[in-house]
Ligand binder design. Structure first.
Ligand code: NAD
Ligand code: UDP
Ligand code: UDP
Length: 317
């Protein structure tokens, strides 16, 4: 007689992407059945190849801007290109993915009566006028600039999540994710961590935009995913928006110097113009996540960079 135990069926949109594939890994380790939904716009099958033999894993090619009828117990909505190079390639599609994608996934969650998590972003704060940014800050976003398709798309998705919550009683979890890095980041997506590591490994100049005095905080992917799960499992009353990220703040110049040291690279620094609307400072205030979830990132920037460098080294060799 085969013994059957009920497994939670969890859907991850954007599951073949950087964060999504790590989330799929982790959910499978937790004993869930995982349905990965992705149109492979920026994600890749390589990110999930190691999962394809698992009987608890299924991947479907689907664009979330179209309706989706499946039966699951929980939804993580991550589908959306995340780096400026990718989201500015087809800005209209970026807004559609955030907005129509949210409507469809919320409609699905509503029909099934299941909890839904939204991967929102620190970009909803725009170029912040206050620092660090608490969740109560409403942001300083340009509605018509080149980053707006992403920032405003994500803001509208948040609006939809809260309206489905208020209007239809849906259980929502809205996380505002700050810069995250780790293995399976895209090597060519123009993000600062992947750029600097690839440039250092290839002995190419390290491209610093502006004077490198702008700051970012970098969270290692495993720490972030731990935050996702704790948030998803927290009481229904905790809807967010909840900042998730690593509050350690570094200038871009400091990051460049650390990458050079860890890779033992002799690449030189090359200063380039600062892109339009580039936020000067960004650091999460994670006091709510600490208090509600008893969560805090554990990996130092150096340890996280070491693991990420090992991944990129294997890619380039
Ligand atoms: P990613 O580009 O690696 O992953 C996004 C995934 O979504 C890809 O697999 C892509 O193919 C898929 N996708 C895009 N459009 C789709 C569509 N219309 N239908 C179905 N799938 C689609 O990016 P990531 O870094 O893993 O980001 C995942 C989520 O987290 C995104 O929503 C992003 O906005 C958010 N986020 C990420 C960061 C970060 O630092 N990585 C920071 C803030 C927010
Ligand atoms: N939707 C979906 N899967 C479902 C249920 C709904 O993709 O299982 C989509 C549906 O196409 C709709 C959207 O989600 O356009 C919003 O659904 P909702 O029920 O909120 O609104 P309505 O159907 O009234 O427009
Ligand atoms: N940046 C840089 N050199 C690069 C890529 C990015 O100096 O090769 C800077 C960029 O201008 C920004 C910061 O690094 O100030 C973080 O950029 P990223 O695109 O990674 O993230 P975001 O701006 O979305 O936080």
């Amino acid at each position: 007689m085969i013994s059957r135990t009920f497994k939670k069926r969890v859907m991850v949109t954007g599951g073949a992407g950087f964060l999504g594939s790590h989330l799929c890994d982790r959910l499978l380790r937790e004993g869930c059945e995982v349905l990965c939904v992705d149109n492979y716009y920026t994600g890749s099958r390589q990110n999930i190849t190691h999962l394809l033999n698992s009987p608890s894993f299924e991947a479907i090619r689907h664009d979330v801007t179209f309706p989706l009828y499946v039966e699951v117990d929980e939804i993580y909505n991550l589908a959306c290109p995340a780096s400026p190079i990718h989201y500015q390639r087809d800005p209209v599609q970026t807004t559609k993915t955030s907005v129509h994608g949210a409507i469809n996934m919320l409609g699905l969650a509503k029909r099934l009566g299941v909890r839904i998590f939204q991967a929102s972003t620190s970009e909803v704060y725009g170029d912040p006028a206050i620092h660090p940014q608490p969740e109560t800050y409403w942001g300083n976003v340009n509605p018509i600039g080149p980053r707006s398709c992403y920032d405003e798309g994500k803001r509208c998705a948040e609006t939809l999540f809260f309206d489905y919550h208020r209007q239809h009683g849906l259980s929502i979890k809205v996380a505002r994710i700050f810069n995250t890095y780790g293995p399976r980041m895209h090597p060519n997506d123009g993000r600062v961590v992947s750029n600097f590591i690839m440039q250092a490994l290839r002995g190419e100049p390290i491209t610093i935009y502006g004077e490198g005095q702008q700051t970012r905080s970098f969270c290692y992917v495993d720490d972030l995913i731990e935050g996702f799960l704790r948030f998803m499992e927290s009481e229904a009353a905790h809807t967010g928006p909840l900042n998730l990220g690593n509050p350690g703040e570094f200038t871009i110049l400091e990051l460049a110097e650390t990458v050079l040291r860890l890779t033992r690279s002799s690449s030189r620094l090359e200063f380039k113009p600062l892109p339009q609307d580039d936020p000067r400072q960004r650091q999460p205030d994670i006091s709510h996540a600490r208090a509600l979830l008893n969560w805090t990132p554990t990996l130092s920037l150096e340890e996280g960079l070491d693991r990420t460098i090992a991944y990129f080294r294997a890619l380039v060799s």
